[in-house]
Design a protein around this ligand. Structure first.
Ligand SMILES: NC(=O)c1ccc[n+]([C@@H]2O[C@H](COP(=O)([O-])OP(=O)(O)OC[C@H]3O[C@@H](n4cnc5c(N)ncnc54)[C@H](OP(=O)(O)O)[C@@H]3O)[C@@H](O)[C@H]2O)c1
Length: 333
C-alpha cells in the first residue's frame, strides 16, 4: 500500500485501521481471535497504522482494546505505527446509549495514563499520543509541555490532538510541534476543511476519524437495518434513523456513480475522496469484518483526480443530507 508522511517525519500507510469498534460503540466486541485475524490481515495488506485509545472498552473491561492490541501487535511492534489517546473517560452512569465524555488532562492524570497504555500495549514507547478531547480546566500549553517531557523521556515519539480548532492547534504547536490532528471528517462532515491552510503551514497531518460516517457511506445499510446490540451507538445516531436514507438519496447516488466509473465500492470511493484530496490526510476506518477490512484498505489503490474531487465537493456543497452524528456530549465533573 502507498505510504504517506504525517507531520514532519511519521510514515504511515495511506489507510490506517481504527480499532475502536472491536471493543466499543458498535455492539458486540471482537474476541481476541477475531481481532488477531483482522490485524494480521491488515498487516498482510500493507496497513502499518493502528489507532486505539485507553478508553476503548466497556464498563466491565474499560481498556479492552489496548489490552487486546498489545498482545496481538507484539510480534509486529517494530514494523507498525501505534497511536493511542489519553484525556477522557466515559460517564457510564448516564442513561443514554452514547455515553458523555468527561475530560481530564491534568498532568498527573496524563502521567498515569501513559504508564497504563505502555503497560497494556506491551511496548516501551507510543508512536503517536493524542489528547482525546480538550480539558477546559487545563490550558493546552500545559498539556503540550507534558508531551515535550514525554518525548524527551522516550515514552512517546510524536503527539497530536483530537477534535481541535485552529486556535488550539497553533497554541499547542508553539510549545511542542504537533504531528497530527485526529478529527471527524467525511463527506457529511466537512467543516474541518477550514483547517487545511494551518495544517499546511505548520506541517501537521490530518487523521480522519469516522471516515465512513460510522459506516453509512458504505451504502451497506438501509431503513431496515437495526442496531439492537447493547452499547451500539448507531441506534441513536441521526444518520441511521429510518427517515435518513431517503434524505441521503442524492449522496448515495453520487458515491455510486463514482464507484461504477472506478470499478470500486462506495466505501472505497468515500475513503479515496479523503486520500486523494490532500497527501497529508489519512483515514482510519474501523471494521470487525475481514471482507470489509480488505475492501477499505483497497481504497488506497483507487485514484480520484483533482478535477473529480472538485466535482464531488461542488455536488456536496449544495446537497441536502440528513443530520449526522457529531460526537458524544462533553461534561465536566
Ligand atoms: N478521536 C476520536 O474522538 C475518535 C472518535 C471515533 C472514532 N475514532 C477512531 O476512528 C476509527 C474509525 O471510526 P468509526 O469506527 O467511528 O467510524 P467508521 O470507520 O466511519 O465506520 C465504522 C462502522 O462502519 C462499518 N463499516 C466499516 N467498513 C465498512 C464497509 N466497507 N462496509 C460496510 N460497513 C462498514 C463498521 O461495521 P462492522 O464493524 O460491523 O464492519 C462500523 O460499524 C475508530 O475505530 C477509532 O479508532 C476516533
Amino acid at each position: 500500500m502507498q505510504k504517506r508522511i504525517i507531520g514532519k517525519d511519521l510514515t504511515v500507510s495511506a489507510v490506517g485501521l481504527g480499532c475502536m469498534g472491536m471493543s466499543h460503540a458498535y455492539g458486540n466486541q471482537c474476541t481476541p481471535d477475531e481481532a488477531k485475524k483482522l490485524i494480521e490481515t491488515a498487516i498482510e495488506n500493507g496497513c502499518t497504522f493502528f489507532d486505539t485509545a485507553e478508553v476503548y472498552g466497556e464498563p466491565d473491561c474499560p481498556h479492552h482494546n489496548e489490552e487486546m492490541l498489545g498482545e496481538i501487535l507484539k510480534p509486529y511492534r517494530s514494523k507498525i505505527v501505534l497511536a493511542t489517546k489519553f484525556g477522557v473517560k466515559f460517564d457510564v452512569s448516564a442513561p443514554t446509549v452514547n455515553k458523555p465524555v468527561i475530560p481530564d488532562s491534568r498532568p498527573e492524570q496524563i502521567r498515569k495514563s501513559v504508564e497504563g497504555s505502555l503497560r497494556r500495549l506491551q511496548t516501551d514507547h507510543i508512536d503517536l499520543y493524542y489528547q482525546h478531547r480538550q480539558d477546559p480546566d487545563v490550558p493546552v500549553e500545559e498539556v503540550a509541555g507534558v508531551m515535550a517531557d514525554l518525548i524527551r523521556e522516550g515514552k512517546i515519539t510524536h503527539w497530536g490532538l483530537s477534535e481541535v480548532n485552529e486556535e488550539i492547534i497553533r497554541r499547542a504547536n508553539a510549545v511542542c510541534p504537533v504531528t497530527a490532528i485526529q478529527n471527524r471528517y467525511h463527506m457529511m462532515y466537512r467543516g474541518y476543511e477550514a483547517l487545511f491552510p494551518v495544517l499546511e503551514k505548520l506541517q501537521i497531518g490530518f487523521v480522519a476519524f469516522s471516515p465512513l460516517a460510522n459506516g453509512l457511506l458504505s451504502g451497506a445499510y438501509s431503513q431496515n437495518s437495526t442496531f439492537s446490540e447493547q452499547g451500539d451507538y448507531r441506534k441513536a445516531m441521526p444518520q441511521f434513523q429510518a427517515d435518513s436514507y431517503e434524505k441521503n438519496r442524492a449522496l448515495f447516488s453520487l458515491i455510486q456513480k463514482y464507484a461504477d466509473e472506478k470499478n470500486a465500492t462506495p466505501a472505497q470511493i468515500s475513503l479515496a475522496w479523503l486520500i486523494c484530496k490532500k497527501n497529508y490526510i489519512v483515514p482510519i476506518p474501523g471494521t470487525r469484518k475481514l471482507g470489509r477490512l480488505t475492501e477499505n484498505l483497497g481504497a488506497a489503490d483507487v485514484a480520484l483526480t483533482a478535477q473529480e474531487i472538485a466535482e464531488i465537493d461542488k455536488a456536496l456543497d449544495k446537497m441536502e443530507m440528513s443530520d449526522v452524528f457529531g460526537g458524544a456530549k462533553i461534561v465536566k465533573k
